[in-house]
Write a protein that binds this ligand. Sequence first.
Ligand code: PLP
Length: 468
Amino acid sequence: MVKPEPKPSDADCAMATNEDPHAAPRRRTTDRVKRRLDDVPVSPSPNAKPRRRTGDGWLDRWADTVSDLTRLRGSHPMVDAVIDEQVGRRIRIGDRWLADFASCNYLGFDLDEEIIAAVPEYLAKWGTHPSWSRLLGSPRLYEEIEEQMTDLLVCEDVLLLPTITHIHTSVIPVLVGDGTIFLDGRAHKTIYDGAMYAAGHGATVVRFRHNDFEHLEELLHASDPALPRLIAMDGVNSMTGNAPDIGEFARIAREHDTLLYVDDAHGFGVIGERTPDELCDYWVKGNGVMRHLDVPYDNVIMVAGFSKAYSSLLAFIALPTRMKDALKVLAPPYLYSGPSPVASLATTLAGLQVNRTRGDLYRAELHRKTRRVLEALHRFGIRTPNRSGYPIVEVPLASHEEIDEMGRYLFEHGIYVTMAAYPLVPKNEVGFRVQVTAANTDEEIDELVQVLGSLKDHFLLEQAVATV
Ligand SMILES: Cc1ncc(COP(=O)(O)O)c(C=O)c1O
């Protein structure tokens, strides 16, 4: 017979009450309870794996599963680093200065003088942080941003919440209810986590092969059309730097009367709509993948944030007004979470202004500098999955074991990048990711190119097949 789980004792609650958990009598009780818990037979776990016990080393097993990352975090200068100082896109770690190619501040708004100068006036008016949840009350700045964003994206309405992660975990469960989420096989971990929250609320999660329309359609045909259905995927992919054919996915969503949910964290601010006088292939306004691919918002919810291209802690959903009204009472971050800091609302508003006046010049710079990096890789015969020309340039290693050494080599040669270790990426894609920003100087790009050119003498890299 399965014994019931023991009720928490006073000792279990010691940390939750302000009592000293280290007091001697308490500790003895805690030890007794720990021993008792280890002896209690527990019900079988739902995923057929052994249930965790306090003393069975489950944390060590976890660390072992993600051993590459654990090792890098413990010892690698480019993981979990403390940055001591920053001048432009040069950063200092200890006594070493490096060119920063790990920043997602694509437009360089974090360093823009006009944007920085705009902040004090907002702080003087609103303080640093009014701290109401949005349902309680929002500074007028939210209304202004939502209106300007609705115009920029050319969508029906926009709702602001603090981060994309908040949006995924709160909005996906609301949209799908007890229906089915069709999750792209390479969807960003934060979308996956949102889907897992939804599963906890009764939804079913099925995965279709990355970017595979046919597989998606097969799964849709086999699903119950009477229940809510949601297709969830990335816009510009955070690793490959490429965008899927959103138009085709949106067509499938409409045809099956489902919703398509797109996370365009890396496209918003960078790529935008077409005009006759565009300065580069990213086109103009940076209003995201939907406008770039000229896809209507029917049956589509687009999510993105300001924390990359706009250098501000804030995120948004482009959605119909009726859905916005519903989310105002259904999405927990609108009800309970603290708001974005006033400085971030200020830099978003100032960023939107700069985007209108100079944004396309920044995008042209970003495009030019990214092109230099892609052309260099092409010249050196080094493979990158980037086919789009967008500023995320991944370089996979032929052997994932070389990641430590490769990272160290880049660091020692003054180049700071994002390490793509397992399990952040599948083992066959372990490598590093270069993010180019408009604020990187040409000298920094020269240094990067020179170091990239020397990699093949020291490491096994994949042979180039992509064309620039
Ligand atoms: C595709 C994608 N979605 C979501 C996030 C998380 O965004 P936020 O910091 O706004 O939660 C990231 C961050 O790296 C991302 O790359």
